[in-house]
Unconditional design. Structure first.
Length: 302
């Protein structure tokens, strides 16, 4: 039913849902899974006259089904006092990148069959590893930091994790949204089962470099040397590194000795005020497919 005997709707206001998520560490109080239901516990929904965060808990689908049969009220109350996600330090959820090389899209920059999508000073921020056994899944690993140096989200061998000290993390369908405050979204990503990930919004900062995605069709890189690279519809396939920042250099499509291809719809580059470069699909049609060791956009800042 959509309303109970007191006329209370099942729709829980956003502020109440957020308060419950924050209190429970963004995961099921029993196991910490971030794939959760909002469960009216005290009182049950049928008797509730209002949506009170103190009477609502987070339960994953499995533990929600066990409530009242295999899972006692006493166990749930104890878990409310010490939620599993807070005990382990993070809530978590699974990824399924599939058994063929997945792609990761950072806004308008798409890496397909790319070993490391972003690398800064030798540190991989997004990487894809081969299956551990034949026929197994590829493995995605990532460490995403916001402008305050806080780890927004971590992916460890296809398990994504959000720290309980995050201001807010919300899962709606295949989309994960992390917030540092109202309207402040450092990360929003969409999981595409069997295919990979799409980063729809991003404000990443690491070692003085920022990568910004305002919407999923574009991206912008700002290095600590004052270089900026912005573009859309950029597709790199087969590279060892998609975006590489080393010292004062910025490179796209580092092959590592492998044949690669790159398509660029549009790209604007500014080398710290000294020069600018605009690449479009028409330019690449004349230049031909890029398959060199690296497509170097900038060397040392001047």
């Amino acid at each position: 039913m959509n309303v109970n005997q007191h006329g209370l709707s099942r729709h829980i206001p956003a502020a109440i849902r957020r308060a419950v998520r924050q209190r429970d560490g963004f995961g099921c109080v029993i196991c910490g899974s971030a794939l959760i239901d909002y469960e009216h516990f005290d009182p049950e929904f049928a008797q509730a006259k209002e949506h009170d965060a103190d009477g609502i808990i987070l339960l994953c689908t499995a533990h929600h089904r066990q409530k009242g049969t295999f899972l006692s009220e006493d166990t749930i109350r104890k878990a409310m006092d010490a939620p599993a996600a807070k005990a382990r330090g993070f809530s978590f959820g699974p990824l399924d990148p599939g058994t063929t090389a997945p792609s990761i899209a950072i806004g308008g920059f798409v890496g397909e069959d790319v070993e490391t999508l972003v690398e800064i000073d030798g540190h991989p921020l997004f990487s894809i590893s081969a299956p551990e056994v034949p026929g197994g899944p590829f493995r995605i690993n990532a460490a995403i930091y916001d402008q305050n140096g806080h780890m927004t989200l971590q992916i460890v061998d296809n398990e994504w994790r959000v720290g309980f000290d995050t201001w807010d993390s919300e899962i709606v369908g295949p989309r994960i949204t992390v917030r540092n405050g109202l309207g402040d979204i450092p990360l929003q990503l969409r999981c595409e089962a069997g295919k990979g990930l799409v980063i729809e919004r991003l404000n990443l900062a690491y070692k003085g470099t920022r990568i910004i995605v305002d919407h999923e069709d574009s991206f912008r890189v700002e290095t600590r040397s004052g270089q900026t690279c912005a573009g859309s519809s950029v597709h790199v396939k087969g590279a060892k590194v998609g975006i590489q920042i080393t010292g004062d250099s910025l490179a796209l499509g580092v092959s590592g000795g492998r044949p690669i291809s790159m398509h660029i719809g549009e790209m604007h580059f500014n080398g710290g005020g000294s020069r600018a470069l605009i690449l479009t699909a028409d330019y690449l049609a004349r230049a031909g497919k890029i398959s060199t060791k690296a497509f170097l956009l900038a060397t040392a800042a001047r």
